[in-house]
Design a protein around this ligand. Structure first.
Ligand code: AHR
Length: 502
């Protein structure tokens, strides 16, 4: 058995966690929208055609913000095709993913879906095939009170009140050669600053995200970000960070290495923070640009680059099936994002349903993939502040990801709820880890919950036929005696230990 001693000190103060860190991403591709969010023929569909079973799971997952409509899709997006009477909306070829787009679910359906679920919409604008003018029209359509051309058009579509979208992404992955309208950092920076200036002239309180690098593997990583920020610093509130952990072709021996994949996210975040602050210093700016990690997840196939279908409506596209080890990597990734809560204010798991997603659907059923659980538990219990936590335990060599702690843990405090929560992944593949945490400074606590996400095999998955094979269960042995918390964390498990103040 391994042992880890954790140390927390309440007087060192915490860092507030922006609730938008528990965001997600809905792109028009594959069966995300059609057959996922929207399926009028489904038994649980409401009057808008939204699947009720999917909405229930999204709510249970605790998604707080949703980026839309892409992704690569946004780089050829014509928002005007997506509004008004559905019977008159055009059916189009969608070039990013080579899908047929019927536009039956469009901008107003998305806003209605967000209102219904209580989720904050994050809109992206098309800087691939379009630019400032289309952004201006879209902003007027979404946010202006009636009395102008496009706000009146919105009202004529049944939406008198503005949608009032606060967050806007200026394009998507424009550094990627696969992106429609891909261009150099200089060219992208010039178009983004023009669009951003105009949007902030209309409403200075908008929050704008400029495109950072599509990942550390892109050859222009960090140089792109610096050049873009040099041009856009005055309009950029955030720069985007995208990261996908590749779990293709893994052999059993690779699991221990893969479980530390989130170390790369940490590295990437640190590199982009340094880049933002370098530009801040160079330009002698007072404001700070923060990070929007608005695409992150585990993936099995190359997905951003080459479409694997040709002109099909709602095809099965990158519907990765996740296993237990993926869920542990997702848990460590969210912990990494939360550890950086001072600079990472927004994060969107890619994506919401069916397409590399925590929720899957068939024509009639919806179920939770393994990666659903860590997200749901952290969104449920990980609100408030993240507290400094020092871990004294064993490390191991995780190949390309370097030296890594066997136990990956964070501590959060939600003063409103009166809870203190320890999240922990035991990365050991064969031994349990006994943890100890002295909580005598946090008086009056009791163990409210110790849930464990685990399964016999690291490759275990949930399927339509067996949807609950891998799931979180409240069966951990955490106990608090004399202010000292102890627990035995099973091998390859994710744990949520909630302490409630009496
Ligand atoms: O999430 C799928 C795709 O991955 C997105 O459309 C793109 O931004 C990224 O390359």
């Amino acid at each position: 058995m391994k042992k880890t001693v954790l140390h927390a000190d309440r007087y060192f103060g915490g860092t507030p966690i922006d609730k938008r860190i528990f965001g997600s991403f809905a792109e028009h591709m594959g069966r995300l929208v059609y057959g996922g969010m929207y399926q009028p023929s489904h038994a649980t569909a409401d009057e808008n055609g939204f699947r009720g079973d999917v909405i229930d799971l999204v709510k249970e997952q605790g998604v707080t913000a949703l980026r839309y409509p892409g992704g690569n899709f946004v780089s050829a997006y014509r928002w005007e095709d997506t509004v008004g009477d559905p019977a008159t909306r055009p059916v189009r070829t969608e070039p990013a993913w080579k899908n047929i787009e019927t536009n039956q679910f469009g901008l107003n359906e998305f806003m209605t879906w967000c209102r219904k679920t209580g989720i904050e919409p994050i809109m992206a604008i098309n800087l691939g095939t379009r630019g400032t003018d289309a952004a201006r029209d879209l902003l007027e359509y979404c946010n202006m009170p009636v009395g102008t051309k496009f706000s009146d058009w919105r009202a004529s579509h049944g939406f008198k009140d503005p949608h009032n979208v606060r967050m806007w992404c200026l394009g998507n992955e424009m550094d990627g050669v696969w992106q429609i309208g891909h261009r150099s950092a200089f060219e992208y920076g010039s178009s983004a600053v023009q669009a951003g200036r105009l949007m902030k002239r209309i409403d200075p309180t908008l929050q704008l995200v400029v495109c950072g690098s599509a990942g550390m593997v892109v050859p222009t990583f960090a140089a792109w970000d610096a050049e873009v920020l040099e041009q856009t610093y005055d309009v950029a509130d955030f720069i985007s960070v995208h990261t996908y952990f590749d779990n293709r072709n893994k052999t059993p021996q690779d699991s221990a290495v893969f479980l530390s994949a989130s170390n790369n996210l940490d590295k990437q975040i640190n590199a982009i923070i340094a880049t933002c602050d370098y530009v801040k210093a160079k330009l002698r700016k007072k404001t700070t640009v923060n990070l929007s990690v608005d695409e992150w997840n585990v993936v099995y196939r190359p997905h951003g680059k080459v479409p694997d279908v040709d002109w099909t409506f709602a095809p099965h596209q990158i519907e990765d099936v996740y296993n237990l080890e993926d869920a542990l990597v997702v848990a460590s990734s969210l912990m990494t994002l939360m550890r950086h809560a001072d600079r990472v204010k927004i994060a969107c798991q890619a994506q919401l349903v069916n397409v590399i997603a925590p929720i899957m659907t068939s024509d009639d059923k919806a179920w939770r993939q393994t990666i659903f659980y860590p997200f749901a538990e952290m969104s449920r219990w990980g609100r408030g502040e993240i507290l400094p936590l020092v871990s004294d335990g064993e490390t191991y060599e995780a190949g390309v990801y370097g030296t890594s702690p066997l136990l990956d843990a964070i501590l959060t405090e939600d003063k409103e709820n009166g809870t203190l929560t320890l999240f922990a992944v035991n990365r050991s593949l064969d031994e349990e880890n006994e943890i100890t945490l002295d909580l005598r400074q946090f008086e009056g606590c009791r163990v409210k919950l110790h849930s464990v996400l685990n399964s016999e095999g690291l490759r275990d998955t949930n399927t339509e036929e067996n949807p609950d094979k891998v799931r979180s269960e409240a069966r951990g042995d955490a106990k608090l005696e004399g202010g000292i918390l102890t627990a035995h964390l099973e091998k390859h498990s994710f744990n949520t230990i909630v302490l409630a103040k009496n």
